[in-house]
Design a protein. Structure first.
Lengths: 319, 305
């Protein structure tokens, strides 16, 4: 089953047709009025499922699980140590990330069952940086990163995702560690980096150098995401020059508006109106012209963005 | 010193019990509102009514809704200030200061509405600069000094009667914070989070904390944000070594990040039993931390005075 779903996507990529990745998951859950806790998985799983269904209905070929940064460390970080977590934390908190990740994959499968209607829709298991995605300085050393990413990757693979999307990677060390860990599951792996301005990675490393270092490790595609469209455009030009594997992009729209409590990444973006679905599709089409074949949306984008994106990119290919 | 702190100081000097309020953050959640933005501008009525409920319950001192509210907590979500300016919401750089002022303004409004002429002091809540349970993340002393001073200055200007540095987890931060509070010129209570043995998470002892702070003359030393038994363990050190007023406020229930799980382990009557132990040990400032409610504070105020 898993292999068959991805085979259709792989074929499209080989023929250099566009593959549509979904849009923002966390920001869309929050936009629908959900109070953000445990990624909505414990309290609002119906909304999470509806978001997936809406992306499938809008034409996404690939949907991503609601598992961004969902690891044991997300909760452990807020305690002195594991013993302290057991002492003052909710019962079974140390197992919560694992239990919720399994649930997140189930929700994605249910959404596909309800909405795919015979169309090939791939479920990508989202794997994010171990620490805050915008803080390359907090990224753990290679061995630690690889061990933790391997646990997440294995869990998502066992739960039945078709593909692993290692996304929002902010530096080469953790990107390599996560890519190698994900590859070990035997699933196809897409790896996406956060670009900084001017063709860099958020860490300040050269995007071209990082791409050259990652390609030999066998990613099935390389992407850039979670930066404003203008930074994504600059980064896509670098990918176009350096990637031999299929490449793609998904930008965030609006401005990151974190809460005044420091509790890890909180998917709240404001001032998103400046990037209407039409305007977003226009800029995404320039990425396609550069050779990008995987195109979607990151934080702040909605199923409407996906719908217009699909109409625009597919129309171009059919003309 | 503001006229509102003087009666509190007198009570403590006379060895009388001073009642501190209970939880703010978890009380916001219990009222089914998210605490994501402290709700100071989105939902000020909820915050004000929580303050009013604690004042009506009999708190002598109540805290502003400003735990974990400082420039650093927003900047921490970005690679650096340039990244914040590039992708962050407009006004994020100055948001913390505005919210800090708003937290004191709301507290003043609540006192005007519910104080009924009784002396009630507003404590500006300030916490560990990074994360209350993670001493390993503490910034350098020089950096901490700058930031504590900045926060205390805003608190003073906005009209807080004292500052309550709470859930502080290491001696260095407590010391530089206390120095900043003295420079700014505002009464200050210092409250440490302790483990089940009554030690700091940094591995330092409360005895060391007391010894290091003594020359700076904090107005009181307390322990908070641990279960009642752990607070008892911490108070054993505080009440035997400190020559200053001491106090404690425990959390009840369970931390369920990013929120709180309320349990029925410590209803007001049970919490009162723990509080009575602390009074017997010599503590004089008693309140409640995460999970406690105006119901807990009402029973403390009625029974301990």
């Amino acid at each position: 089953m898993a292999d068959r779903s991805y085979a259709a996507i792989k074929e499209r990529l080989e023929q250099r047709y566009s593959v549509i990745l979904d849009g923002g998951i966390g920001t869309e859950i929050v936009r629908r009025g959900v109070r953000w806790r445990q990624l909505g998985l414990r309290t609002d799983s119906d909304t999470v499922q509806k978001v997936h269904e809406d992306y499938i209905a809008a034409g996404a070929d690939v949907i991503t699980t609601d598992t961004f940064q969902l690891t044991q460390r997300l909760f452990l970080n807020l305690f002195h140590n594991l013993e302290h977590m057991r002492h003052i934390g909710r019962e079974r908190l140390e197992h919560q990330a694992e239990e919720l990740a399994i649930k997140a994959v189930d929700i994605a499968k249910r959404a596909r069952g309800n909405q795919a209607k015979g169309r090939a829709v791939v479920i990508a298991g989202s794997i994010a940086p171990i620490q805050h995605c915008y803080r390359p300085d907090l990224s753990p050393p290679y061995a630690e990163a690889q061990r933790e990413h391997a646990e997440t990757a294995a869990l998502l693979a066992q739960s039945g995702v078709d593909l692993l999307l290692v996304e929002t990677m902010n530096n080469s060390t953790e990107a390599k560690a996560a890519l190698q860990a994900a590859k070990r599951t035997g699933l196809p792996v897409w790896l996406s980096l956060i670009p900084g301005p001017g063709g860099s990675v958020l860490s300040g490393e050269s995007l071209a150098d990082v791409v050259n270092a990652l390609e030999p490790l066998g990613p099935d595609a390389l992407l850039v995401n979670c930066a404003p469209p203008e930074d994504i455009t600059a980064a896509v030009q670098v990918l176009a020059r350096h990637c031999k594997v299929p490449f793609g992009a998904y930008a965030h729209v609006g401005r990151y508006d974190p809460p005044s409590w420091k509790f890890e990444f909180h998917p709240q973006f404001v001032d998103t109106e400046g990037w209407s679905p039409d305007r977003y599709a226009e800029v995404a089409d320039t990425w396609r012209e550069e050779g990008a074949t995987i195109i979607g949306g990151c934080c702040g984008t909605t199923p409407d963005h996906t719908r217009v994106l699909r109409q625009k990119l597919v129309a171009v290919e059919q003309s | 010193m503001t006229p509102n702190y003087e009666p509190i100081r007198e009570k403590l000097a006379k060895n009388e019990v001073v009642v501190l309020d209970g939880a703010i953050g978890t009380e916001i959640l219990r009222r089914n509102v998210s605490w994501a933005d402290h709700q100071l501008t989105n939902n000020p009525a909820v915050i004000r009514s929580i303050h009013e409920d604690y004042i009506t319950a009999g708190a002598d001192v109540f805290t502003t809704n400003s735990f974990q509210l400082a420039r650093r907590f927003l900047l921490n979500h970005f690679r650096d200030i340039d990244h914040m300016r590039r992708i962050g919401a407009r006004g994020l750089e100055v948001r913390a200061e505005g919210l800090l002022r708003a937290s004191v303004e709301l507290a003043k409004e609540a006192r005007a509405r519910a104080g009924k002429g009784r002396p009630v002091a507003i404590a500006g809540s300030i916490t560990t600069l990074e994360w209350c349970f993670r001493p390993d993340l503490s910034p350098s002393a020089d950096q901490a000094r700058i930031e504590y001073r900045e926060i205390a200055q805003v608190m003073k200007e906005a009209g807080a009667d004292l500052v309550l540095l709470e859930t502080v987890n290491n001696v260095m931060e407590a010391k530089v914070a206390m120095e900043s509070f003295r420079e700014v010129g505002i009464p200050a209570w210092i409250s440490f989070v302790c483990d089940s043995e009554g030690n700091l998470f940094s591995g330092e002892t409360l005895d060391l904390a007391i010894e290091s702070l003594a020359p700076l003359k904090p107005d009181a030393i307390l322990v908070n944000c641990a279960p009642p038994n752990d607070i008892t363990a911490g108070l054993r050190f505080l009440t035997s070594s400190a020559s200053l007023p001491t106090g404690g406020y425990a959390h009840i229930g369970r931390f369920d990040p990013p929120e709180w799980l309320f349990t029925d382990e410590f209803p007001p009557e049970e919490y009162l039993k723990a509080a009575r132990r602390w009074i017997d040990m010599g503590a004089r400032i008693i309140g409640g931390c995460c999970g406690t409610t105006p119901g807990h504070i009402a029973l403390l105020a009625k029974s301990l005075r």
